[in-house]
Design a protein. Structure first.
Lengths: 242, 125
């Protein structure tokens, strides 16, 4: 299991399902363990990040965290809890080696943004999703390894073969943030990076219009949001994957 | 002593954060707005940054963009410390390149604990 990017450590089955589902949809490999001992045993040689339920640490949270970190040395520990911990308790965990803390009530969009930031900074070699980014509807999949976009139609799955590099970056961005309104500035920086200063707003519109055309009837899911930018609007049935 | 760039246009917060940084064993490099902080960074350097969001002349997001565009500071840990607590603002801050985000009013020990987390990343082999 040392290929996992994320580990979820909690005995709360509902929480485990939520975190696993959320992270898997991002294309990250996720492994779940119910106890800290199981996790440390399986992850001691692994490199990645762990979302560790504070309840899994027992009563001596800080001590348990220090000991777990000493054994799983290449894992970054992000602490999570069903209830908001006190400021003192959070500080204690951060000082004991925790890399972040958030409660289960954190919105999905924010936690994914924080996790991407952690990955980019702490594990840049693992920050690329390992497999696929798929639309919530299940009928649009971007294969990150093969750089291939697949669309499910009546006749089965077809590959969109004529996407430009910019369009690939755009669809990856939209699929990784379904339902989110993405500001033009965020799109510019995500897709054009350091060249974003020299890109005209109309250039973004042209690339998105071209992408929409190539997506066919699914292109309408990329919606212009007045005064903001664009967003991938999702809703519909999940279909069988290829 | 590790230098920390501080950018905040509010006099009271700037003085408070300066004191906290000094108490935490850091050497604050202080700017009264984003532009001033950028100039101070160019002149004095820093290894970490604590930036406000809303500032005249150059706001926190513009300052992050400038910092990240400078090869010397591309990897510099940045903590945004701001009154803007909306989820959308936090996401925007992270998307622009912040490494952590703390909202005002804040606990001084929490600020120092968060800075220690970022400092560990500098020290990480």
């Amino acid at each position: 299991m040392d290929s996992a990017v994320f580990w979820v450590v909690t005995s709360d089955a509902a929480a485990a399902r939520r975190w696993k589902g959320l992270l898997s949809r991002e294309g990250w490999t996720v492994a779940a363990r119910e106890t800290l001992d199981q996790f440390v045993h399986d992850a001691k040689l692994a490199k990645g990040m762990a979302l560790v339920d504070c309840d899994a640490l027992g009563k001596q949270r800080a001590q348990a965290l220090v000991e777990a970190k000493a054994k799983a040395r290449h894992i970054s520990f992000l602490m999570i809890s069903a209830r908001e911990l006190s400021t003192e308790a959070v500080i204690e965990l951060l000082e004991a080696g925790g890399d972040d803390y958030f409660s289960f009530s954190i919105p999905d969009a924010l936690v994914l943004t924080k996790l991407r930031t952690h990955l980019r900074r702490l594990l840049p070699d693992l920050s690329r999703p390992s497999g696929r980014i798929e639309a919530p509807e299940g009928d649009l999949i971007y294969d990150t390894a093969r750089r291939e976009l697949l669309i499910q139609g009546k006749g089965g799955w077809t590959s969109v073969s004529d996407l430009t590099t910019t369009e690939i970056k755009l669809i990856s961005l939209f699929l990784s943030r379904p339902g989110q309104a993405l500001e033009r500035s965020v799109i510019l920086e995500s897709v054009w990076a350091e060249d974003c200063e020299s890109v005209l707003p109309s250039t973004v519109d042209k690339h998105i219009e071209s992408l929409r055309r190539k997506l066919g009837k699914l292109g309408s899911r990329i919606r212009a949001i007045y005064g903001v930018g664009y967003g991938y609007q999702h809703g519909g049935k999940t279909k069988e994957k290829p | 002593m590790r230098k920390v760039l501080l950018a905040d246009d509010d006099n009271d917060f700037r003085e408070l954060i300066t004191c906290i940084l000094e108490e935490g064993g850091y050497e604050p490099v202080v700017g009264v707005n984003g532009r001033d902080a950028w100039n101070k960074l160019q002149a004095q350097g820093a290894e970490m940054a604590v930036l406000d969001y809303n500032m005249p002349e150059m706001d926190g997001l513009e300052l992050i963009r400038a910092i990240r565009a400078d090869a010397r500071y591309k990897e510099m840990p940045i903590l945004m410390l701001t009154i803007r607590a909306m989820v959308e603002d936090q996401i925007k801050g992270y998307d622009r390149g912040a490494d952590d985000y703390l909202t005002k009013p804040f606990d001084r020990h929490m600020l120092l604990a968060r800075l220690k987390v970022l400092e560990r990343r500098i020290l990480k082999p």
